[in-house]
Design a protein around this ligand. Sequence first.
Ligand code: LLP
Length: 433
Amino acid sequence: MSYPTNELQHLTIDGVDAVTLAKTYGTPLYVYDVTKIRQTMRAFKTIFEKEGVPYVVSYASKAFATQAIYQVAQQEGIHADIVSGGELFTALQAGFDPKHLSFNGNNKSWDELTMAIEAGVGMIIVDNFLELQLLSEIAAKHNMTQDILLRISPGISAHTHEFISTGQQDSKFGFDLLTGQGKQAYDIAKDDQNLNLLGLHAHIGSQIFDVTGFEKNAALLADTAQSWGWQPAIINVGGGFGIRYTDEDTPLPESDYADAIIRTLKSKTAQYDWKMPEIWIEPGRSVVGPAGQTLYTVGSRKDIPDLRQYLAVDGGMGDNIRPALYQANYDAVLANQPNAPTEEVVRVAGKYCESGDVLVWQQALPRTQPGDILSVLATGAYGYAMASNYNRNPRPGVVFVENGQHQLVVARETYANLTALDKKYTLGKANVQ
Ligand code: LLP
C-alpha cells in the first residue's frame, strides 16, 4: 500500500500535509477529505440516475453529525436522516432544508416529534404504535398532515457484529411482521387523516459486504405491501453498506449495492404491475467512514519482551470507542513517513485509564519516536459521533480538507468547556464544617 505524500515525504490528505494539520490544529484531530465525501455521495446518485429510477439518497447523519457535513450533503443534493432532536437542531442550524430530512428512531419523544413537525421535517419514519398515536395527535394539533413511512423489522439477519445488526426479529426497532403488527400499524396509519402513509422502511444492519441481504430486504418490503393490497410510493431499504477498515474487509463498490436493490424492485414492480416506487437508501458509514482519519501524536511506549509492544498516543477510546466496543480493526500509518519500511508490530493504545483502550490491535510500523504523528485511517464514521469526555479529556477538533485547502469545522474542546455545565454543590454545607 502506498500512501500519497509530498516532497517532505509526509502523508497528504487531499493535497494537504497531515503533519502541518497536526501542528496547526493540535492532536488528536479528526480530518475529513471532502472531495472523497462528495465523490461517494455522487456515486450513489449516479447509479440511480443511470437506471432512470426515482430515488432519494439520505445520508444517515448518526455516522457524523456536524453542521459542516449537513452543508456538504445539501450542496450535493442529497437528503439526511436524523435520529434525535440534537441532530435535527444541528441540521437546522446548518441551514439544511427540513423538507429533505427524515426522522428515524425507536423512541422519539413528544418534544422531538413536535420539534420535527414545527420545523417541517419532510418524512417521519414511524417505528411503533405509541409513535403513531403521538404523531397523529401532534399533527392534528398543528392542523397538518405529516408524511410518514412505517419501519418494519424485516427479520433478516445480516452477518455482522451482533450489536450492530438491527434487522433480526428480536430487535427493538420497527413493527414486527411475523406477529401481524406491521399490518395493524398499516391499518391504523392509512385511515388517519393527519398521517400520509407513503411507504415502508427497513434497515438490516451495518457494515454489510454482500448484496443478498439488501435484495431480500427490498423484496420483503415489496411483498409485504402487496400482501396488504397496497402499492407504496416509497420503499426505503436503509443503510449498512460496508467499508474497508483493513485488508480483511472486502466491500463492493457503492454501485453494486444500489444496483441489486434497483434490480430487485424493478422486478417486483413488474411482477405486481406497480408504478416504480421511489427507492430510498440511508448510507452513513460508507459516505463518511473512508473519508475520515484521526491524527495523533506518539508518546510513551511499553515493550514487554516476547509478548507485546505498546505504543501510546494522545487520544484513544474517548475519540474512537469502536475498537473497545466492537473489537473493530483499523489501519494506522506514520504520517511523517507513511511509506517508510515497517520495522515492528505494535499495539496502538490510547491514554485512557482502561486496559481496553486500544486504537489498533496490531499494526506494523517503522520505528517511531515520541512526537511522531500517527494517522488512524477510516475513522470518519461513528468516531467523532460516539466521542466522549471520559477521563475528562476534551473532544478533538474536526478539520475539513478540500483540494489543498483546510478549515476547522468543529473546534477542539477546552478545559473550560469541560466544566462549563458543572454547578458547585452547596446543599448540606452546614453539616460538614
Ligand atoms: N438507517 C438506519 C435506520 C440505521 O439504523 C443506520 C445505522 C443507518 C441507516 C446507517 O447505517 P450505515 O450505512 O452507517 O451502516 N455505531 C455502530 C454503527 C451503528 C449503526 C446504527 N444504525 C458502529 O460504529 O459500527
